[in-house]
Design a protein around this ligand. Sequence first.
Ligand SMILES: NC(=O)c1ccc[n+]([C@@H]2O[C@H](COP(=O)([O-])OP(=O)(O)OC[C@H]3O[C@@H](n4cnc5c(N)ncnc54)[C@H](OP(=O)(O)O)[C@@H]3O)[C@@H](O)[C@H]2O)c1
Length: 290
Amino acid sequence: MFNESYVLNNGVSIPKLGLGTWQMREGKCLTAVSNALAMGYRHIDTAEAYKNEMEVGIAVRASALPREEIFITTKLDSSVKDYEKAKEYIEESLHVLGLDYIDLMIIHSPQPWTEVNVSDYRYPEGNVAAYKALEDYYKAGKIRAIGVSNFRIEDLENILAHCEVVPAVNQILCHISNTPLELIEYCQQKGILIEAYSPIAHGEILQNEKIAAMAKKYKVSVARLCIRYCLQLGAVALPKASSRDHLSENDDLHFTISAEDMQILKDFEPIRDYGESSRFPAFGGRKLEY
Ligand SMILES: NC(=O)c1ccc[n+]([C@@H]2O[C@H](COP(=O)([O-])OP(=O)(O)OC[C@H]3O[C@@H](n4cnc5c(N)ncnc54)[C@H](OP(=O)(O)O)[C@@H]3O)[C@@H](O)[C@H]2O)c1
């Protein structure tokens, strides 16, 4: 799967499978990304908020792979909703990563994390201002593609109406039992590639008996079924995996889920309540910054 790519709406190739790095810090990120690159992964997903951009950059440089063979995504912090501050954060990401350019940079969330599930205000002007900073770095060749994350249709319409560059991606929570089909269809119609984050539902789906039964039918693990499901939706899949075993297993995706089973998985009952006003989980009332 490492060699398979989608083509973004600006012609840039993006590997279908990427490694998620949320909650990897203090050496764990460096180890996992180094192992992943050695095993053939060519797409790494980080964020300013993960505080591991430096480890990602070190792993990329230490790999001795040609820079153009690796696709690095990072995210503009969710709190940044003005043009000048966005430019400072983009500069900081370039500096901390230690790279000449970023392959994909996206607005992490339309709302600052502190306001998710708390406020209905969607920051239309702030998101346009932040996106315009991304556009300027894109035009300057410092970022090869720009996009958004956690954007609903209304948030995307705001960007499409007031900005020049159509977002290349919308990175969203998307896994079996939580598939936002209307949003996916909207993005696909607009040429915006979906990136599925938390494709294994943060690991929580691993214990689900019905999913385990379907995985058994295909003679694959639950994790592999989950990742393959996202790819068959036409999305990039971004599983996070720390161990070599998991990294290796998650690339083994050459099987096909039937159309009937895809429909069952799309309709699968929620395994977790993500809250009413948003698709963001509030774990036991505690907000996550991801
Ligand atoms: N844009 C956003 O707002 C946003 C939000 C959340 C996540 N993301 C991105 O999406 C990535 C993935 O999401 P996530 O970290 O929430 O969760 P995830 O990928 O759905 O699940 C990760 C969990 O699954 C386990 N796992 C991975 N491969 C496995 C395998 N083959 N067998 C058994 N267990 C396996 C991992 O364990 P080990 O670590 O022990 O391998 C970890 O506990 C993040 O790292 C981040 O890059 C983006």
